[in-house]
Design a protein around this ligand. Sequence first.
Ligand code: 5GP
Length: 180
Amino acid sequence: MPVGGQEKLKILIRRAAIQKRVHEVAQQITRDFRGQRVHLIGVLKGACIFLSDLVREINLETSIDFIAVSSYGKGKQSSGQVRVLKDLDSSIEGLNVVLVEDILDTGLTLSYLLRIIQQRKPKSLRVAALLDKPSRRLKDVNGDYIGFTIPNEFVVGYGLDYAERFRNLKDVCILNLPPE
Ligand code: 5GP
């Protein structure tokens, strides 16, 4: 896929590896919640593709909802400020909630989301994240189901964007931008 200027994309995780790992994570969730319903909450927009693939591999009764938060704006740096842009459609009281994130980076977004979701009294609350960059963590939060632990690189593809671009890439790629 052509990219503008001096931008360079390098494949970090291939589509086949993602597919295999998503299946494994779904099997783990299926085992952990055997006989129960799980309510997946996708964090828009980055987690939409991961959630779509994950939910179809979970062999349980499921329901889904989405929440949208702002954290990064158009750039690569977190502002540290989290704001709800779109709230959940329905109550989660008494449900087994799995919050589905694209990537855990500083943990600021997740720690905010855990706080507001916990206030709504789910029966249980776990976190699934496709990617984890633990070296960047500022908050003491972690995922229960992690697809891949990755180095401190800015990645795009499989739902992750740079200024709304690249979400449609099938592989997770490292994006290198030319110096400003
Ligand atoms: P945190 O609050 O943990 O720093 O950031 C979480 C959010 O920042 C993610 O949900 C994602 O939207 C964005 N983010 C963090 N690292 C990356 C990255 O390497 N690539 C992209 N595209 N987004 C990232």
